[in-house]
Design a binder for this molecule. Sequence first.
Ligand SMILES: [Zn+2]
Length: 264
Amino acid sequence: MTHIRNQGMAMIVKTDAIILRSMKYGETSKILTLYTRDFGRMGVIVKGARSAKSKFGAALDIMSHSSVVMYKKEQRDLQLLTQADLIRQYRGIIDHADRLMYGFVLLDYISATVHGEEAHAELYTVLEQALSTLDSSDTTPAVVLLQYLLRLIHALGLGLDVRHCVHCRADLSHVDLQNQVTFSDSQGGFFCGSCRPCTDSNHVRRETLEALRALDGQPPMHRTTLQITTHSAKEGLQLLQGHCAFHMPEMRQVKSLHLLDLFS
Ligand SMILES: [Zn+2]
């Protein structure tokens, strides 16, 4: 039987991408890591990207959102990028030191969780919308990150219910329960006072839980102006990071989280 193979044939493809990483290569080239809407994570080489007459401009800068054209070949680690047009550069993030670190954390979560060429349109949208929201000066960076992590947890199927006791399903917004709620990453969520496991669960501040409930399941931009204390933002981020890292150990690699001003 004869198999017709198209291995070795390059296809020309066009997709939207966010630039995750960039490094110099050779005299004038660059190697980039992209997160693309249609093919997931990809490594590309861009010949002449650093030459004086490069046509790419900011389209290849880290964090840029661009439309890219590539020669794509199966079984090849680095694809050849031939064209890139800037769709959006997040100047509200890259020009503001207080937002820039948060922008890197958003990218680092994608780098840690997405390994190869596997399209995940929802995850792509979650990243793109978080960058757009962080770009706007009237949002609170820590709140944007909290909402991003909640949406990432949902998109990756790491299920976290911020409204109910994981054991008896009691509604955690019930006034009698508000001061007794604990969280355990190893046991998968929040516990009411009656169900609290003996070990391995930590008290959660009422304000933190309320913030998570207000952000969970909401569209981006909605409630991202939520007021939150540094204590609660930090507690919320640690708790969501703990949940992510328990279910996806590679999330522990997101070290940039601890470089945020919140943790200093
Ligand atoms: Zn319970």
